[in-house]
Structure formats: C-alpha cells, structure tokens
Ligand binder design. Structure first.
Ligand code: FAD
Length: 595
C-alpha cells in the first residue's frame, strides 16, 4: 500500500513520449517486508523440497511432480494469485512476479507449477462465473487437482484463432460435443481440468472448462523435447466429449479475449521467471571461473571471461529493473480500478492489457537475456559446459523454449509495435504532439550545450533515444500507413528500438534512484551496469533507426532522416571496456550474482 501511494505510473507505452522522475519508479530494492517474506518462503520450499528431487523430476516422474505440486498447495504456494474465498491468499501482482522468479530455479517443476497456476487456473478466475470458480478453484489451489491450457493445435500455433477443434450443441441443448486435437499441452500427462478453446459450429471461438473425467479425453505419448524434460507435454485429443453447457467459459464467441488477455500476464510472468534462472546460472558461471585454473591462474582473471560475467549481470539486472517497473505499474492500475469498484477480473486484465506493450517487450528481452546468460555460462565452462555433469548443458536446452511459447519472439516484437500504433490511433497515447515537436526541433540549430546535472549525460541520451524513435517511427508510419504491417523487418527493428529504450531507461532510473538514496559510492556497481547497458542500447538504437529509414526512404528524405538520427545518436561514450571490467570484477570478488 505504501508503495502504491508513493509511486506514480505512466500509462502503457507512455515511456516513449514522457519522461518520468527516476525517484518515482518502483525498483526491487523497494520490496516490502511481506514481499521479502514470500520470497524467502518460496526459496526455502524450492531448496528443501524440489532441489533434492531434481534429478528424479527431470526424468519426468509424473507421480512425484503431482506429489510436490500438492505439497506446494499445502504451503499455500498455488493460491497466491487467488482470492481467499477460494482458498488463496491474493498477494499483489509484484509479489506474484517475485514468486515466479524464485520458482524458476526449480527447472521443469517451475513449468508444471506455472502452467497449473497461470494459464491453467487464471482463465477460470478471470472469466469463470461464480459457480465455476467455486467448483474448480479450491481443489486446484489445494493441489488436489491439476490444470492445463489447450489452445495450440497441429495446424494453429501463432495463428491461434485458426483452430479447428469444434463444439456442437447437443439436441437436448444440455451439452456441447467437442471434437478436435490440441498439441504441446503442458501438464497434458496428468491434468484433470483443461481450459479448451473450440469453435462453436466451426465459427464462434469459445473457451470451455473440460474435465478429463467427462470421457472422450485422451492424451498422446510424451513429446521427446530438446529440454525441460521433466515437464509433461502431450497432445490432447477430444472425441465426442460431452461438456455441460454450464462449462462454457466466458462469453460464446469471445474466446479470443481469454486467450489473448491471459497471454499478457503469461508474458510478463515469463520475463520474471527467467530472472531466477539467470541469477543462478550467473552464480554457477562465476563459481566455475574462480575455481578453474589455466595458465597458472583462475580463468576469472582473464579479460575475456570478465567480459562475459559482467555482461551476464548487466543484462540480468537491466531486465529485472524493467520487469518490476512494469509489474508495479500493473499493480497500481489494478489497485486503482478496484478502488473505482471494478470487479477483480476487469481490474487485473485491464491493467495487463494497458501494459501489453511492456509485457511483450519483457517476454522478448527476458528470454533473450536468459539465452545469452546460459550460452556464455556454457562457454566459460569450456568442455565441462558440454558435459551433463555440469549444470550448463541441461540449462542450455531448457532455456530455448522461452523464445517460442507465450508467443514467439517474432510475434511479440511485432505485437509491441502494433499495440503502440493502435493506442496512438485511438488517442490513448499522444504520439503526434511529441513527434511534431521533434520535427520542429530538427529544423532549428542543434543543441550544442553540455547536459546539466549529475546524470545529465544519461538522461539526455534517454530523451534523445525517444526522439530518435519518434522521428523514425513517425516518418515510417506516414510513408506506409496501414501497409506497414506487411513490412515485418521494419516492425522488428522498431520493436528493438522500443525495447532497448524501455529496458535501458529502467536500468538507468534504478541506478539513479539507488545512488540518490544510498549514495553514489555505494551504488557504484549499479551505476556502472546501467551506464554500460545504456551506451550499448544507444548504439543498437541508432543502427536500427538508420536501417529502418534506409529500408524505404530515398533522396532528400533519406538524407534528412539519417541526419536526424545522427543528431539524436550523438553522445560522449564512457570507457565501456574498463567499466564493464569493473562490473565483472565486482561479481568475481563476491563469487556470486549478488545484486
Ligand atoms: C514445450 C512446449 C510447451 C507448450 N505449452 C503449451 C500449452 O500448455 N498450451 C498451449 O496451448 N500451447 C503450448 N505450446 C505451444 C506454443 O505456444 C506454440 O508452439 C507457439 O505459440 C508457436 O506456435 P507453433 O509451434 O505452431 O509455431 P508457428 O506458429 O508455426 O511458428 C513457426 C515460426 O514462424 C513464425 N511465424 C508464425 N507466424 C508468423 C507471422 N505472422 N509473421 C512472422 N513470423 C511468423 C514464428 O515466429 C516461428 O518462428 C507449447 C509449446 C512447447 C514447445
């Protein structure tokens, strides 16, 4: 509550057009005591119950997975996002993200737990009627029954609405008869309750709650996957399954609302989920680099290794800053909606929808951060990295799925730009005024003055990155208008500029807030991290911005835009080699990821 009163949020996507006071941004160092208690509780649970069984769990021991899920239920860890009346403890959104982060050390078990409490149970909470919620949620929260989510089919993945599974009303009007096939269903091997999407009469895309015991529900063999081998993934077949009409979830023909809204939450959850893995893998990398000697010294002495260790920490810390910034923004908006008297379902889903741009960015940046961390972690382990004896080999395989599910990286990148343009078109975010101000500024003399204030360089860079985006995105939209959606390469470059701005700003604001509160010397590592990330982000942004305009502009227009990009890309760089090295050395000295 204290946090909500102190911290004010921008609306979704507004980070691109408005500057925020860094002191007003929520940072992980603002966690309340209650949030830290939940963190300790989940860490203890994972350390005491999951880690000792990890080898067995990774062999896909479904009975053990079920037992441990039930144990998590006994500890109240399956109901933290659910109201007390169904047996949950209804923690705030930030706490639930923190819980997801802590669970991620549990490898495949984290997926079983996440699919059960997330995509499996949340649709019932947010779209179910009172009867459905009272019937299904308590046993799922207790871990006596388990849930799964069936959207994907062999012929429809990214294009989820092209599903072929059909539902037909029975002659007596009491049941829908469902026929179809779903694919890649997490928890498919043991779930009792399935949230299933089917088209009524082949047209109206609708959600249903289907029990395995209804009859006609069967599953295929376990998929032989690249990684997350302890997570059950199967095809689920529905053959003349009689689903009572009472089990229609939400409105008929509005299944897309369930599917897409739940995905917004799933995406930011994935962003939080990868953080636990990144921190653990980073610690394992540092430990190994300190222990392993070559050329008569620990390999952590070498600049090439320091670079990798530093970069693991820099990316992890930057993504963490952005994940909890967005989580708290969602929490504030949910809280405000509840205060206005809106029902719980509308409040959280509305808030997640408001920040859909940020959720998509975090899904992409989080999953790609983890891939960097695990890839370079494996590299630091040398030959041992390639061995199943070290933790890196399985982690390398496990990490890869994150760029595929909850919407692939490509889909999420394009979605973030699409959402921004739709918001601008609907007048929900004013892009026009700042874009015109940028155009006007470019006709005047360049501002040659040195940035003022302690963090003037950094704040000016962030402001210029936004201007660069407005310049390039504005001109590109004007050129293509509605045809822009066909130019995917351009959309992806614009998405990268947006994501870099959001994550770099979040990291820089967090470092500034920390420096302002605990003193610059005490925040030296964090400031170094944020500055390296920011300078690199500026380089990536200017490259993407230039490539974007080169993709379509010609003649004088091209020259003007390239000059504009150049003007906003101007900055005095730090010595990133030395700064990055200092970051690496700080982590090497502590022998762990310590932030
Ligand atoms: C281990 C695992 C667990 C899963 N768990 C679940 C679950 O519990 N429930 C569930 O419903 N689903 C689940 N999925 C499915 C997952 O969500 C899909 O695999 C994912 O959405 C991608 O769909 P697809 O595999 O059909 O790939 P496709 O959609 O065929 O995509 C293939 C490639 O084409 C690209 N592509 C597709 N469309 C476009 C486009 N318009 N523009 C540009 N590029 C495009 C994609 O980005 C991708 O690179 C799971 C998948 C896996 C592997």
């Amino acid at each position: 509550m204290e946090t909500i009163e102190k911290i004010t949020a921008l609306r979704g996507g507004e980070f691109l057009v408005k500057d925020q006071d860094p002191m007003n941004m929520f940072i992980p160092e603002d966690y309340t005591e209650e949030q830290l208690m939940v963190k300790d509780m989940v860490n203890d649970f994972v350390d005491n119950f999951i880690i000792p069984q990890q080898t067995q769990l990774e062999k896909l021991d479904i009975e053990l997975t079920k037992q441990l899920l039930t144990k998590a239920g006994e500890f109240g860890l399956l109901g933290t996002a659910f109201p007390e009346k169904y047996g949950g403890s209804m923690q705030d959104f930030v706490t639930n993200m923190l819980l997801t982060e802590c669970f991620s050390k549990a490898k495949s078990f984290a997926l079983s737990q996440g699919a059960h409490t997330g995509i499996g149970m949340l649709p019932i909470l947010y779209f179910g009627n009172e009867e459905q919620k009272s019937k299904y949620l308590p046993t799922l929260i207790e871990g006596k029954k388990f849930a799964a989510y069936c959207l994907t089919e062999p012929g429809s993945g990214s294009d989820a609405l092209a599903a072929k599974t059909k539902a037909v009303l029975s002659d007596d009007g009491k049941h829908y008869i469902i026929n179809g096939q779903k694919m890649w269903i997490t928890n498919g091997g043991f779930a009792d309750v399935f949230v299933v999407f089917a088209k009524i009469d082949g047209e109206k895309f609708t959600g249903f709650i289907v029990e395995r015991d209804f009859g006609g529900v069967t599953t295929g063999a376990e998929e032989q996957k690249l990684g997350i081998k302890g997570s059950s993934t199967r095809q689920v077949f529905f053959e003349n399954v009689k689903v009572p009409v009472e089990n229609v979830l939400g409105e008929i023909g509005k299944g897309h609302r369930i599917a897409f809204n739940i995905l917004n939450i799933g995406r930011i959850k994935l962003g939080a989920g990868v953080l636990g893995a990144c921190k653990l893998l980073s610690t394992q990398t540092i430990n190994y680099a300190n222990e392993r000697h070559q050329f008569k010294q620990p390999i952590s002495n070498f600049g090439a290794i320091k670079y990798k260790i530093a970069e693991q920490a820099i990316r992890t810390w930057a993504v963490e800053s952005a994940v909890y910034r967005a989580s708290n923004d969602i929490k504030i908006m949910e809280h405000q909606s509840l205060e206005k008297g809106e029902p719980l379902s509308k409040a959280l889903l509305g808030a997640a929808e408001e920040y859909a741009i940020e959720c998509a960015i975090l899904k992409v940046w989080g999953s790609e951060c983890l891939d960097y961390v695990v890839d370079e972690g494996l590299q630091v382990h040398g030959g041992m990295g390639y061995s199943e004896e070290a933790p890196m080999a399985s982690a390398y395989r496990d990490a890869r799925i994150n760029r595929i599910f909850e919407g692939t990286s490509e889909i999420n990148r394009m979605l973030s730009v699409d959402r921004l343009l739709k918001k601008a078109l609907k007048g929900q975010i004013d892009m026009m005024t700042p874009a015109m101000a940028v155009q006007k500024e470019l006709t005047g003399m360049p501002d040659m003055s040195s940035p003022e204030g302690k963090y003037g360089r950094e704040l000016k860079m962030l402001s210029n990155m936004k201007k660069m985006f407005l310049l390039v995105a504005g001109a590109t939209v004007q050129n293509f208008m509605t045809e822009l959606e066909k130019e995917q390469e351009i959309l992806i470059m614009l998405a990268d500029v947006m994501g870099d701005i959001y994550v770099a700003e979040s990291a820089m604001f967090r470092a500034i807030k920390l420096a302002n509160t605990k003193g610059e010397a005490a925040a030296e590592v964090e400031l170094n991290i944020a500055r390296v990330y920011l300078d690199d982000a500026m380089e990536r942004c200017s490259l993407n911005a230039r490539r974007t305009v080169c993709a379509w502009a010609q003649g004088d227009m091209l020259k003007t835009l390239v000059m504009g990009v150049k003007r906003y890309a101007k900055y005095v760089p730090i010595n990133s080699m030395i700064t990055r090295r200092k970051v690496g050395e700080a982590f090497i000295e502590k022998n762990e990821y310590f932030l």
